[in-house]
Design a binder for this molecule. Structure first.
Ligand code: F3S
Length: 64
């Protein structure tokens, strides 16, 4: 599973990293780091929760 990061939509809510801090890394100002995220097998549940928790819809799940 992959998460497509729409960096320009991120407003720094940090809900993603609250759900899955190992998956969603934030910069010093609390914004998601750029670049799509390859999610490891064991982290998929937390990662999808984190992605869905973003109120800006900046994190798009790519199930392939
Ligand atoms: Fe940004 Fe959404 Fe996370 S606004 S910090 S991607 S919860």
């Amino acid at each position: 599973m992959r998460i497509i990061v729409h960096k320009a939509k991120c407003q720094g809510h940090a809900r993603c990293s609250a759900q899955a801090p190992d998956v969603f890394k934030l910069d010093d100002e609390g914004y998601i780091l750029p670049g799509d995220i390859e999610v490891a097998e064991g982290e998929q549940l937390l990662a999808s929760r984190g992605a869905r928790s973003c109120p800006e819809r900046a994190l798009e799940l790519d199930p392939t």
